[in-house]
Ligand binder design. Structure first.
Ligand SMILES: *[C@@H]1O[C@H](CO)[C@@H](O)[C@H](O)[C@H]1NC(C)=O
Length: 361
């Protein structure tokens, strides 16, 4: 599952160009094949394959990067309404408006149009294995890293319990990303819930999770929970800014991923994100992958399904969203100057930042 650091092959200087050419070829091939394959029979047989099926097939085959991002944007109808209940007060919404929003996203945005490509399912056996694995074994295989003074390879930054308690999703999210190759998590609990703290205790005790029970200011001091203004944008950036710049400053990890609890990032074909990122882990490697999200709908669930999200929500959009999240080398985070990182939830490195090649692939 994990790549050992010593296994990496020596670097070749024109590797970047070859890789781009190869990738371009590899990405275009399915499209050309599809174009050839489809235009011909369709002319002959009319709608032998409906337009929607074609779109779904194309969506599942074509991907601009080696990293995927599934976004469980709706979940079941009940969960959607429960999660956004705060809007009833904050925005003066009523129940029917919330329901209308759900229906709009599900139907007009076609969030349950296609069968999900489902490549995330291959991490289920590893997640199951965690249950019978001892903590020392899990730690040794999935959370141990020590190279050039850095104790983590990929650190993910996450905020939870912003509106409602999210305990029921948290362990699935951590275990999934552990299975997919992330080894360390920095989590901000906006509500400082006892239940969250207790649930994470085995992880925090072993340094797998760093849990922040309060929102740190840029200098690392605590803003007490009851002094936070709900929905205050600039304050919401504080935690990300603090967490990301601390990792970059301390060089505690090589890569930083920024995600939400309903987002699942994983390698498209390789067995671990480490396999994708290790060859890029160097100053002239890819500095940031911006990964387009694939929105998943309710798949027809009305109430919370009795299984994990990645198993239950098997329907998604016909195409990837232009929006997404990023995973970047910690060393490419700008700490000063006009391009410094200020808490953007999507891009860790600005597109045109000088001296930084940010690649989207
Ligand atoms: C979090 O809650 C615990 C008690 O559950 C309390 O001792 C601690 O001071 C709280 N921290 C913050 C920052 O509110």
């Amino acid at each position: 599952m994990l790549t050992r650091l010593g296994d990496a092959s020596p670097r070749v200087s024109n590797r970047g160009f070859c890789r781009v050419a190869l990738l371009a070829g590899a990405s275009l091939a399915p499209i050309l094949l599809l174009a050839l394959g489809f235009s011909f029979p369709i002319r002959c047989l009319g709608n032998c394959l409906a337009q929607e099926s074609r779109r779904c097939l194309l969506m599942s085959l074509w991907l601009p990067t080696e990293i995927e991002l599934n976004h469980y944007a709706l979940r079941s109808r009940e969960e959607f309404l429960q999660r956004r209940a705060w809007r009833l007060h904050a925005d003066g919404f009523d129940d029917s408006q919330l329901t209308a929003e759900f229906v709009k996203r599900e139907e007009r945005e076609h969030m349950s149009s296609c069968q999900t490509p489902g490549r995330q399912m291959r991490f289920l056996p590893v997640m199951d294995a965690f249950r019978s694995m001892t903590w020392p074994e899990r730690q040794r295989r999935f959370h141990t890293f020590e190279y050039q003074g850095r104790s983590h390879f990929i650190t993910a930054v996450l905020e939870v319990n912003l509106a409602t308690s999210e305990d029921e999703y948290l362990l699935e999210w951590i275990d999934f990303h552990s299975a997919a190759g992330m080894d360390h998590f920095v989590i901000y609990d906006a509500k400082n819930l006892t239940s969250t703290r207790q649930m994470l205790e085995p992880y925090t005790a072993r340094g797998i999770v760093d849990l922040w029970p309060c929102r740190p200011t840029a200098s690392g001091s605590c803003i007490p929970t009851d002094e936070l203004v709900p929905g205050n944008g600039p304050q919401q950036r504080d935690f990300r800014m603090f967490a990301v710049t601390s990792i970059a400053r301390q060089k505690s990890s090589f890569w930083i991923a920024q995600l939400d609890l309903d987002e699942f990032m994983f390698p498209r074909r390789r067995s671990s994100l480490r396999d994708v990122l290790w060859p890029e882990t160097q100053p002239d490697g890819v500095q940031m992958f911006f990964v387009w999200q694939l929105n998943h709908g309710s798949a027809g669930w009305i109430a919370k399904p009795p299984m994990r999200q990645i198993e239950a929500y098997t329907r998604c959009s016909q195409q990837r969203d232009w929006n997404g999240k990023s995973i970047a080398q910690a060393d490419s985070i700008q700490l000063t100057g006009p391009k410094r990182y200020t808490g953007d939830p999507h891009r860790l490195v600005p597109e045109d930042s000088q001296g930084v090649t940010a690649a989207w692939r």
